[in-house]
Write a protein that binds this ligand. Structure first.
Ligand SMILES: Cc1cc2nc3c(=O)[nH]c(=O)nc-3n(C[C@H](O)[C@H](O)[C@H](O)COP(=O)(O)O)c2cc1C
Length: 183
């Protein structure tokens, strides 16, 4: 079971990161987990040069090249996102744009997410859903949202946040076994 855990918030130990860590605790010990902190990466969004149409790959040689490898390697991709101005943070959006050249390569991978927002997470979730469905991934999420209520709020403001994160982790593992027929 190969898992790419993508931390999308600029805060490496923030609310969404804590939720993703809780989800990962539900994975079996033999799961191989690659943790990808986007805030540590140096990469840009798509520049729309369309070189990839001829080349078959993206020729922007930044940290996205390693991320491509991690995403294609994984059986399960799980995202942690905060909500910033009503949507995913810019690094996560840049990652999404840059996956255009790997269309088809994420097909049938199991996808999930955890989202932390002060109050407004709908568009953030929509963006994550659209991303996974455009890639024909299997959306395995059971819906882990933290409403932190105040701008500086933490997970203590939402008693279900970590519980639902763990449920999401459990569901992704369950789907993996269902699809891969492994015990
Ligand atoms: C620049 C910025 C914009 C934000 N915009 C929103 C927003 O539109 N809606 C919302 O509910 N929360 C918004 N927030 C609050 C964060 O989503 C919330 O604090 C979240 O819990 C942070 O998660 P993190 O600790 O994983 O970064 C914003 C925070 C920042 C820094």
């Amino acid at each position: 079971m190969k898992v790419a855990a993508v931390y999308g918030s600029p805060r490496k130990d923030g609310n969404s990161a804590k939720m993703l860590n809780a989800a990962l605790e539900e994975f079996p010990e033999n799961a191989e987990i690659r943790k990808i902190y986007l805030t540590d990466k140096n990469f840009q969004g798509c520049c729309a040069a369309r070189h990839c149409l001829e080349l078959g790959y993206c020729d922007i040689m930044d940290d996205m090249q390693q991320i491509y490898e991690d995403l294609i390697w994984a059986d399960i991709i799980i995202f942690a996102s905060s909500s910033q101005f009503g949507d995913v943070p810019v690094d996560l959006k840049a990652l999404m744009e840059r996956t255009w050249p790997i269309r088809g390569k994420l097909k049938n991978k199991i996808g999930g997410y955890v989202v932390s927002a002060r109050r407004y997470a709908e568009s953030t979730m929509n963006t994550l859903h659209a991303f996974m469905l455009r890639h024909k991934m299997i959306l395995g999420n059971s819906g882990a949202i933290a409403y932190t209520v105040t701008e500086e709020g933490g997970l203590e403001n939402d008693k279900l946040a970590l519980k639902d994160s763990r449920k999401t982790g459990k569901r992704l593992v369950e789907l993996y076994y269902l699809i891969h027929h492994e015990e």
